[in-house]
Design a protein around this ligand. Structure first.
Ligand SMILES: [Zn+2]
Length: 411
């Protein structure tokens, strides 16, 4: 393994020890752990020759000016916050890998004609305020005043937390850049899924981040005695919901790329000898193309109507989340794929089923993503693991990508 890859592994290890909760890795928005993480990563940025600052929403920003005056800026980054009891790669990898890549270019005496900003976003996971992307929304000037009113478990609002962080005053930030001044945003992230492992590849290139719709559904029937109510006279809410779920699974299985999940379900009254009178459950539907997702939702809606009608049930829908799909930039993605091919012989295109900072950044600039294989596809778990060998491949891709892009810009 190269010295640069060893450096990356050792900083990832060191960062994983910075936590808000002893015994497990947890760093949430504007917490003491996040401040310490910003200091450690900021020191690494400085060592790589970057100028470091922290913006008003706690994002860590390291900037390297280009050798050409007035040149545009390339953004590289991911998030430094974590879920509760997290792994060490989800987020930090996409911040530390570009820093180590820039340090490696500096060591080789390679300069870049364009400027680079490495971004460590302060919030992506939505742990503290149950609202994700606070960091990238702040950076891109998309933070909403409604978001500022959200409160954490201790009753502190986003606005109060930000005021305290900024020594008493805070106003909604403007976008950090004009669109015309940017070259794009590249995010390196662990795959958090099993596709690269199945394909026996260290890294792959993301073509799109799936759009997603989430719902809360309520089925209402009639509770009754499990022994005395004949089958023909029942209005069993759970039997209806179960038929609905089997139908959704069948639809997703026959629709390429569609994923649909019921992940939580409550049955009332919830006793062995009582017919279920009410069922409440979640539904999460994702696809890389919004048209396919929307058409699937129409079919799912019709399925629910048919089942409810036939079984004498009532059903209610509540939409709890809706994000459109984000297509990655074909030009940046093709460049990244060439560097992947150079590093591991072949490239693989994937769709990201999970949301990433790139979703928010896409409103400001073209985005591309590099996925790194992680063991068993496991993430949001302390056993999350990407091998040093795979990290070395990802690092090689980033160094090669930056060198080639620099060559193109020099003409
Ligand atoms: Zn992440």
């Amino acid at each position: 393994m190269s010295e640069a890859a060893q450096l990356l592994v050792s900083i990832l290890d060191e960062l994983a020890r910075i936590t808000d909760e002893p015994g497990r890795l947890t760093r949430t928005f504007l917490s003491p752990g996040m401040r310490r993480a910003n200091r450690l990563v900021g020191d690494c940025m400085k060592a790589a020759g970057l100028k470091v600052r922290v913006d008003a929403v706690g994002n860590l920003i390291g900037r390297l000016e280009g050798t050409e005056r007035g040149a545009k800026t390339l953004l590289l980054g991911s998030h430094l916050d974590t879920v509760r009891d997290a792994g060490r790669f989800d987020g930090p990898l996409g911040v530390l890998l570009p820093i180590v890549a820039l340090a490696e270019l500096k060591r080789r005496g390679v300069t870049l004609p364009f400027a680079v900003e490495v971004l460590g976003f302060s919030e992506e996971e939505g742990v503290r305020f149950a609202s994700a992307y606070l960091g990238s929304e702040g950076y891109t000037g998309r933070l909403k005043s409604a978001t500022l009113r959200l409160r954490d478990a201790a009753g502190v609002s986003v606005a109060d937390a930000l005021k305290k962080f900024n020594g008493g005053k805070f106003s909604l930030p403007k976008p950090a850049h004009r669109k015309s001044n940017l070259l794009g945003y590249i995010e390196v992230h662990i795959e958090q899924g099993p596709v690269l492992e199945a394909g026996k590849l260290a890294v792959g290139v993301v073509t799109a981040i799936a759009g997603q719709s989430r719902f809360r559904l309520t089925w209402t029937g009639q509770a009754g005695h499990a022994g005395t109510t004949p089958m023909a006279l029942r209005r069993d809410a759970l039997a209806g919901a179960a038929e609905f779920m089997a139908g959704i699974e069948a639809l997703a299985r026959r629709t390429p790329g569609l994923v649909a999940t019921v992940g939580a379900l409550t049955v009332s009254p919830g006793a062995a000898n009582v017919i279920p009178g009410e069922v409440v459950h979640t539904l999460d539907v994702r696809h890389a193309r919004d048209s396919v997702r929307r058409s699937a939702l129409m079919q799912i809606g019709r399925l629910a109507t048919r089942i409810a009608h036939r079984r004498g049930l009532e059903r209610r829908w509540q939409r709890t989340q809706e994000n459109g799909a984000v297509a990655c930039s074909p030009a940046l993605t093709a460049r990244l794929a060439r560097s992947v091919q150079a590093a591991q012989g072949r490239s693989l295109a994937l769709v990201s089923g999970a949301g990433h900072d790139g979703v928010v950044l896409s409103a400001l600039t073209p985005v591309a993503m590099l996925f790194v294989r992680c063991r068993g596809g496991l993430s949001h778990h302390p056993a999350e693991y990407a091998s040093p060998r795979d990290l070395a491949v990802a690092l090689q891709v980033m160094v090669d990508f930056l060198e080639k892009l620099a060559g193109e810009h020099r003409g």
